[in-house]
Design a protein around this ligand. Structure first.
Ligand SMILES: C[S@@+](CC[C@H](N)C(=O)[O-])C[C@H]1O[C@@H](n2cnc3c(N)ncnc32)[C@H](O)[C@@H]1O
Length: 287
């Protein structure tokens, strides 16, 4: 260290005292899992989609669900709250996020609902569970799997964990914006959510992304969550699902307002879709 950067002892002591008396910032007080749930997840919408699509395709109501990459298990909790006949299995290999989910989400369940929920700390690639009506793997978490062989094996195992008319629900996104670095900001109640695609490797399709949160007092929770995904295409995923033994796959693509080009919360089964810079969809795979 050069002398120029050294602080005189009295000034250093004053700064240290100031730091000790300082009020914590909003970022320091924030809970990253609570912010994630508020900004990223919409379990009610996702469960409505599962319920409606399952009924339409099988003619019956789903009751058992497995939530892969369950994180805070909010979707599993809402599933057992939905109907007295519903059961849920949440699988995640991170004990920290599962513990948060138990404390903040599972704790609100009544004893009969709690009895219908099982949380498993394990890897979704190897976990053994009872057969279920449906499995959801949402928020592109299966894109952690970068090698085709790993994806085939994951799909093969999910298929084995489904009952005969069972269905796997995946989400997917596409459009030119997947393949580039960019930032997207959204203002929410009391904080800003920032989605950053920080690096994209055009050879491997590897995308490094971060979620940051910014607060009105100008404090920031940088890289609250970071992911490295492979950007997979809808067509190749369908082929891999077929290779893993699934009998049929259906793509439900997000609709856009024809006049404003605004993305809508409406998903339609389609084999053809106009290109948009960024679109969301679901892949529904029938066992
Ligand atoms: C992006 S979060 C998804 C949370 C939630 N499913 C959602 O829809 O927002 C990804 C979660 O997947 C978990 N995860 C990643 N790879 C996993 C694996 N191979 N097995 C189990 N959990 C995994 C992480 O611990 C993390 O909680």
């Amino acid at each position: 260290m050069t002398t120029a950067t050294r602080k005189p002892p009295a000034r250093k002591a004053r700064l240290e005292k100031k730091a000790l008396n300082k009020e914590p910032t909003m970022a320091e007080l924030a809970d990253r899992h609570a912010l994630y749930q508020e900004s990223v997840q919409n379990s009610e919408f996702e469960l409505d989609f599962i319920d409606e699509t399952f009924k339409e395709l099988t003619g019956r109501t789903a009751s058992s669900m497995r939530e892969d990459f369950c994180g805070t298990a909010i979707s599993s909790v809402e599933w057992v709250e939905r109907r007295d006949s519903n059961t849920a299995i949440g699988v995640d290999y991170d004990a920290e996020v599962l513990d948060w989910g138990k404390k903040h989400n599972v704790s609100r369940l009544k004893p009969d609902q709690l009895a219908r929920l099982q949380l498993i700390e394990d890897d979704v690639r190897t976990v053994e569970t009872d057969k279920v009506d449906c499995i959801q793997a949402y928020n592109f978490s299966y894109w952690f799997f970068q090698e085709r062989a790993v994806m085939v094996e994951y799909f093969r195992r999910t298929r084995e964990a489904l009952v005969d008319d069972g269905i796997l629900f995946l989400d997917v996104f596409g459009g030119s914006e997947c393949y580039q670095t960019q930032k997207e900001k959204r203002k929410l109640d009391g904080f800003k959510y920032i989605w950053e695609q920080a690096e994209f490797n055009a050879i491997t399709n590897e995308l490094k992304c971060h979620i940051h949160f910014h607060f009105p007092d100008k404090s920031k929770l940088k890289k609250a969550f970071s992911y490295t995904w492979r950007v997979w295409g809808a067509r190749e995923l369908r082929e891999i699902l077929q290779e893993a033994g699934f009998s049929e796959t259906i793509i439900y693509r997000q609709e856009f307002d024809e006049e404003t080009d605004e993305a809508l919360d409406e998903y339609i089964a389609t084999e053809e879709a106009e290109d948009y810079a960024c679109w969301l969809g679901y892949i529904v795979a029938r066992r």
